[in-house]
Design a protein around this ligand. Structure first.
Ligand code: BG6
Length: 471
């Protein structure tokens, strides 16, 4: 497909990764256990402390040792930016250590230098669904206010060390998902049903304060840094035009917008007062917290995989699966092999919603299709993966991104999720692949870890090369 016009010349095309899903080397060079290691079977699997002897994320795709090969392939596709996350437990193995672990810092220095060799910018997520496990077991994770200061120290070390090399920063990955998966997002070991709303929102509050504080630290170290928040962003549609469904959709949307509101406006939105009152939620918010929260973000980033539906009618509440949050099934949409509802237009809608609400630059930092891929030999004996379905998915989404740009949305860039196959987060499998690059590794842990270019590799390269004109 050829669009009449192209994406902006300076549009930041690339891909996004998370440390715990790609690096492996779970205990190498002084790294401590992280909460991600304690979730070997996915977000809703058993929390295992200590982690078992063997699990997929322990080695993952061994990015820790093979990143040079992978960065070279990203460069071949023409990436302008790579979103990575830093494993907190590589830098502070226990979280409350006095000194950072130099080996951990050195690894990211080398990775960032390798990216710079190819003129690929980096975007760093400070915490992508993980924290040192010790902070969860000994402190109770983010429900404990003390974690803020450990996070501040961690953030300060990273900004100090990498500010010269990295302009784009994110604080917490999909921060709004804490409400749905408290261990995954906030290191609270209790079963979700045993966590009171007060405890949960106190943990949320601590993260919001920590995020604002990290933003202050980053800007103090270098005012030119661009520091953003990151939310899981699927818009909520009312299942019917019934006013009850409209209200339901509004309320559900606020479970997402609340997080962006605080980051963008520097204070709690008014609707939370009523929500806290009606749900007997008593969160400790100090005057100092309020001052810290005023450190607002420079941009808003989000992941987009699907849209959601809301209904006030119990009988129509037929659930569709989602990665962490599930929602009411939308009768107009197709689903992926994992039951996620596919809605390219929802991305344009989401971009407009966010831009209308905040007038801040936006960044799509995750989008993609998790699918089963087959590596086979073609007639010349070449190993290939014909992932036309992934190309179709991405093309339809990028067409809508283009529409949003035409709508006037200020969008900095697009990093597709898992540009190389990695271990999936919600279900922790290799079978669910997102990459342009196939990795020979399987659910049972077998495989050579060799990398192969999929059909989508050549497609994405052409997209970037043509500034999005050739979709
Ligand atoms: C997002 C996360 O929720 O979705 C990623 O930020 C995750 O970590 C991605 O991998 C896709 O989900 P999954 O479960 O298919 O890996």
């Amino acid at each position: 497909l050829m669009l009449n016009q192209q994406f902006p010349k300076n549009f930041l095309w690339g891909g996004a990764l998370a440390a715990n899903q790609c690096e492996g080397a779970a205990l190498e060079d002084g790294k401590g256990w992280s909460t991600a290691d304690a979730l070997p079977y996915g977000v809703f699997g058993e929390i295992m402390i200590p982690p078992p002897n063997d699990y997929l994320k322990k080695e993952a795709i061994d990015f820790y040792h093979r990143y040079k090969e992978d960065v070279k392939l990203f460069a071949e596709m023409g990436f302008k930016i790579l979103r990575i996350s830093i494993s907190w437990a590589r830098i502070f193995p226990n979280g409350d250590d006095l000194e950072p672990n130099e080996h951990g810092l050195k690894f990211y220095d080398d990775l960032l230098d390798e990216l710079a060799n190819y003129d690929i910018e980096a975007m760093i997520t400070l915490s992508h669904y993980e924290m040192p496990l010790h902070l969860a077991t000994e402190y109770g994770g983010w429900s404990n206010r003390e974690i803020i200061k450990h996070f501040e120290k961690y953030a300060e070390v990273l900004f100090d060390r990498y500010a010269k090399k990295v302009k784009y920063w994110l604080t917490f990955n999909e921060i709004n998902m804490v409400l749905h998966a408290p261990f995954n997002g906030a290191g609270i070991i209790e079963k979700p049903e045993n966590i009171s709303k007060t405890e949960l929102y106190q943990a949320v509050h601590h993260q919001l304060v920590a995020s604002a504080s990290a933003t202050e630290i980053g800007h103090r170290i270098d005012p030119s840094l661009k520091i953003g928040c990151m939310i899981a962003g699927g818009p909520m549609y009312p299942l019917t035009p019934h006013p009850n469904d409209m209200m339901e959709a509004l309320q559900k949307d606020r479970e997402t917008f609340f997080f962006a509101d605080v980051h963008a406006r520097g204070k709690y939105p008014n609707y939370m007062v009523r929500y806290f009152l009606e749900n007997d939620i008593a969160v400790e918010i100090t005057e100092e917290d309020k001052t810290t929260l005023k450190n607002t973000v420079d941009f808003i980033s989000f992941s987009y995989y699907m849209s959601y539906c809301a209904t006030a009618d119990e009988e129509l509440n037929i659930q569709a699966r989602g990665n962490i949050m599930s929602a009411v099934k939308n009768p107009y949409l197709d689903e992926s092999e994992w039951g996620w509802q596919i809605d390219p237009q929802g991305l344009r809608y989401m971009l407009n919603l966010l831009y209308d609400r905040y007038q801040l630059p936006l960044f799509i930092v995750e989008n993609g299709l998790g699918a089963v891929d087959t590596l086979r030999e073609d007639e010349h004996g070449e190993k290939i993966v014909d992932d036309q379905y992934r190309i179709d998915y991405l093309r339809e989404h990028l067409k809508q991104v283009y529409e949003a740009l035409e709508d006037g949305v200020d969008l900095l860039g697009y990093t597709s999720w898992g540009p190389i196959d990695i271990v999936s987060n919600s279900v922790c499998e290799m079978k669910k692949r997102y990459g342009f690059i196939y990795v020979d590794k399987h659910n049972d842990g077998s495989g050579t870890l060799d990398r192969y270019k999929k059909k989508s590799f050549y497609w994405y390269k052409a997209v970037i090369e043509s500034d999005g004109k050739k979709l």
